[in-house]
Design a binder for this molecule. Structure first.
Ligand code: SAM
Length: 186
């Protein structure tokens, strides 16, 4: 099963420095939406260690079962982020690490709109994706084919701007992930 395989492969510290820096910048007890939270390891754990109140969203029932085994007290929503109902909850930050590029362009735009609508003024949204507009086939993972989709940096800047978010930083991390840090300003 791909969930077993993914859970065994998601090791190391990719994303940990970026999420730790984000969490450290938030007020004590901040609420954070962890989009595509997977098993929660290692990134949700970083948020919890910094005292954040986390809500996890993931479309995979299997990965969320692992998440709930790891963090039984953290609320979760099992749904695609582009259409999930967040029940009026508002957040001080959101992360979507390694998630958006699994969605096609239209779905990414819907996801960003849904996330933006759940962010308080001043909230930060950190996500990874590509930096070149297009769709490409990635290497199969455990025999499962994946297609990746990305906007350009300017494309993401405009999508974010249309939803009241300002792109503050766009950079490649040491593990070659392209990171976008934005803030709700509108
Ligand atoms: C590469 S994993 C990253 C997991 C976690 N963020 C991490 O860094 O370890 C991608 C995750 O996004 C989830 N996912 C994919 N499409 C999604 C969608 N439309 N809505 C919510 N979650 C989604 C997958 O089930 C998976 O858990």
């Amino acid at each position: 099963m791909i969930a077993d395989w993914y859970a065994s492969q998601r090791t190391g510290h990719i994303g940990v420095p970026e999420v730790a820096a984000l969490a450290a910048s938030l007020p004590a007890g901040a609420s954070v939406l962890d989009v595509g939270c997977g098993t929660g390891l290692p990134l949700t754990r970083v948020l919890l260690e910094h005292g954040c109140h986390v809500v996890g969203v993931d479309s995979s029932r299997e990965l969320l079962a692992r998440f709930q085994a790891n963090f039984p007290h953290v609320p979760v929503v099992c749904a695609p982020i582009q259409s999930c109902e967040l029940q009026g909850r508002m957040f001080d930050a959101a992360i979507a690490w390694g998630v958006l590029f699994h969605l096609n362009h239209e779905e990414q735009a819907q996801a960003i709109a849904n996330i933006a609508s759940a962010l308080r003024p001043g909230a930060v949204f950190l996500f990874t994706s590509g930096d070149v507009h297009g769709s490409t086939d990635g290497a199969p993972m455990n025999g499962v084919a994946f297609r990746y989709h990305s906007y350009s940096v300017d494309g993401y800047r405009e999508l974010l701007r249309a939803r009241g978010l300002t792109l503050e930083a766009a950079y490649r991390d040491p593990a070659d992930n392209f990171c976008y840090q934005s803030r709700k300003t509108g």
